[in-house]
Each structure stands twice: as C-alpha cells, then as structure tokens.
Ligand binder design. Structure first.
Ligand SMILES: Cc1cc2nc3c(=O)[nH]c(=O)nc-3n(C[C@H](O)[C@H](O)[C@H](O)COP(=O)(O)O)c2cc1C
Length: 190
C-alpha cells in the first residue's frame, strides 16, 4: 500500500512488478486492482473450494453452495485437482467468505487442500470469513487440520466445522444447505 501511495505521485508509462507480467496499458485499472487486493476490499461473494476422493465432500460442497446461493449471495464452487491454485486465489481475492472442504485421509486433510491452505497462509488475506467441512470414515482429522491452517492464515471462523461420516444422507444434506444459508448471512452482515 505504501508503494501504491508513492506510485500515485508518478506519471507511470510501464508497470513492471518484480513478480509478474509487465503492464503497458490499462494502468489505472491495474493500480486500482492492486489497491483493492492490498486493502482487502471484498464483494458479497463466497468461494467453496474442496477436493474429494469418492464424492461425499463433493455432495457437501454442492449443498453448501446451494444454501449460499439461495440467499442471493454469489458463489463460486471450485474442485481442487481440476483447478489450478492460482485460479482459486484469483476467485478468493474479491470473496468475503472462503469455505474449504476436505475428506480425511490418513488422519489429516487431502494433499491438494493442504497445498491451498499453505498458500493462503502465506498470503494472509484480510477480513475474510472462513468455514470448514468434509467427510470422514472413522476418526476424522481432516477438518481440524484445515481449521488450524485457516486460523493461521488470519481468517475468522465463526461456525463449527461440518463433518459427515461417509456419504451425506438427506438430513446431512439439509445441514449443508443450512451451513450455506448461515455463511450467506455472515457475508451479507459483514
Ligand atoms: C486412502 C484413504 C485414507 C483414509 N484415511 C482415513 C483416516 O485416516 N481417517 C478417517 O476417518 N477416514 C479415512 N478415510 C475415509 C474417508 O475419509 C471417507 O471414505 C470419506 O467419506 C471420503 O470422502 P470423499 O468421498 O469426499 O472422498 C480414508 C479413505 C481413503 C481412501
């Protein structure tokens, strides 16, 4: 933000950051985007990002997203493994809520989810609400591991984690819808 302040005094023709592409056009738009990202400006939008081995966490993600959308909040659903981490982060940049789902594998979160939350921890996005969900078989451990990492990334986690044992049945799908509705209310209220 300090650099942006200095930049506002300059007549910039080329924007050459140390870590990315060189911009020669649309400079006001690019500088505005950096300013919004840096100061944590978000929209009424949630990102549901997850991975799944056998589909149970997918079913949860779909129902949570439906609950969010039912309250008129924009929602983006992204499955890791099919989506590059950079694309997920692009969607997170203007989202007020980041909802992360993982199956439990070997007592912890799924590796693609670990990759994402590790990256998020480095970025420490400001002013985001987080929520955690996932399916497990016996002892669980996936959602707890995600929660710890999201907290370390500075997200606020006002809701209890939602865990389902193996396949989500009707009552559990209803709980997922309800979680989505509550996330939407938090997004609208912040
Ligand atoms: C390789 C593998 C390791 C697993 N390890 C655990 C575990 O340590 N603890 C546990 O509670 N469940 C474990 N499970 C069970 C899964 O968490 C469970 O099948 C869950 O429903 C999978 O969710 P998904 O359908 O979203 O992939 C494991 C499953 C697999 C395939």
């Amino acid at each position: 933000m300090k650099t942006l302040e200095k930049a506002s005094q300059l007549d910039i023709q080329i924007l050459a950051t140390s870590h990315g592409v060189i911009w020669r056009r649309n400079l006001p738009k690019i500088l505005k985007a950096y300013s919004d990202w840096g100061s944590g400006v978000t929209r009424e939008k949630a990102v549901v990002v997850y991975d799944s081995m056998w589909g149970s966490t997918t079913t949860m993600a779909e129902h949570i997203a439906a609950g969010i959308a039912s309250q008129g909040v924009e929602v983006e659903v992204l499955k890791l493994g099919e989506t590059d981490r950079s694309w997920v982060i692009k969607e997170v940049l203007d989202a007020r809520a980041v909802v992360v789902g993982t199956p439990t594998i070997n007592n912890t979160m799924f590796p693609t989810v670990a990759d994402l939350v590790f990256y998020l921890k480095g970025l420490r996005p400001k002013g985001r609400i987080g929520a955690v969900f996932g399916s497990y078989g016996w002892a669980g451990g996936g959602t707890k591991a995600v929660r710890e990492q999201l907290q370390a990334a500075g997200l606020e986690l006002p809701l209890d984690d939602l865990q389902v044992n193996y396949v989500p049945h009707e009552a559990e799908k209803e709980k997922c819808l309800d979680m989505g509705r509550r996330i939407a209310e938090l997004v609208k209220g912040s």
